[in-house]
Design a protein around this ligand. Structure first.
Ligand code: MN
Length: 255
């Protein structure tokens, strides 16, 4: 099972969550909201674990943490994964739009200079602006649009730009989201939860709640069983990581 966007450091007892992740053999992308959270959060992913930590600066707090960009640049060499980053066009965050764009552009350029990263991206009410920035910095890496909620036109533009998507059970409650998922390329989708922010049954989502998305994906896509969908998610993850690290290329050269 895979949870490719979860905030492990924001659970009241992250160690307990980490233990359960290990017990279940889950693959997890542990995203952060500030560069200053990087050190403590990456320490949760002990050696041998299937948890990978992403270095982030969340758009909703970009205006408060813009001063942490040098710290972002400092840690960037330590990880292949960046997130949570992006833009938020919601009315409560729109007043800090300029700071958001400054932070997001800085990060995309830093990723590009570093040779590209796997990026977990927030695009609430800002899908077309996020896609504009991604298009402007194609070397930034592989974007994974988390909880994508843009329009159909944005979705198709995102697909053309090479974006991936992470989809969770909380997102799939919405009929509009389910309609979008039907159009997503199956070989560029991963499961997520966005816990503990996202709620499932009135409670903060746990990483293993990602399993709830599998049955729904199988149903929305049609013609695939849950087991096949689960296997597809693992194949997608392997492909994503292999492509991003360039291993795939060298493997092909050996064949
Ligand atoms: Mn999130």
């Amino acid at each position: 099972m895979i949870d490719f966007h979860v905030h492990l450091d924001l659970y009241p007892d992250p160690e307990m969550i980490v233990k359960e992740i290990a017990k279940r053999g889950m693959y997890v992308l542990s995203v952060t909201t500030t560069p200053s959270a990087w050190k403590g959060t990456s320490a949760l992913a002990t050696s041998g674990s299937r948890i990978r930590t992403a270095l982030g600066l969340h758009p909703q707090i970009a205006h408060e943490r813009v001063g942490e960009l040098p710290l972002f640049d400092l840690h960037l060499r330590e990880t292949m994964y960046v997130g949570e980053i992006g833009l938020d066009g919601g009315p409560e965050f729109k007043q800090h739009w300029q700071a958001q764009v400054k932070v997001f552009d800085h990060i995309l350029n830093a990723c590009s200079l570093a040779g590209g990263r796997i990026m977990s991206i927030h695009s609430r009410r800002a899908a077309s602006a996020v896609l504009d920035r991604l298009a402007a910095v194609p070397g930034a890496g592989t974007p994974i649009l988390h909880w994508f909620s843009g329009g159909k036109r944005d979705l198709h533009r995102a697909i053309t730009l090479g974006c991936w998507f992470s989809v969770g059970p909380a997102m799939l409650v919405s009929e509009k989201a389910r309609e979008l998922v039907r159009d997503m390329p199956r070989d560029r989708v991963l499961t997520e939860t966005d816990g503990p922010f996202a709620q499932i049954g009135g409670k903060p989502a746990k990483p293993w709640d990602a399993s709830g998305a599998i049955a729904q994906l199988a149903e929305l896509w049609g013609g695939v069983t849950e087991e096949e969908t689960q296997r597809l998610m693992h194949a997608n993850l392997r492909h994503l990581v292999a492509t991003a690290t360039g291993r795939e290329k060298s493997e092909q050269e050996h064949q």
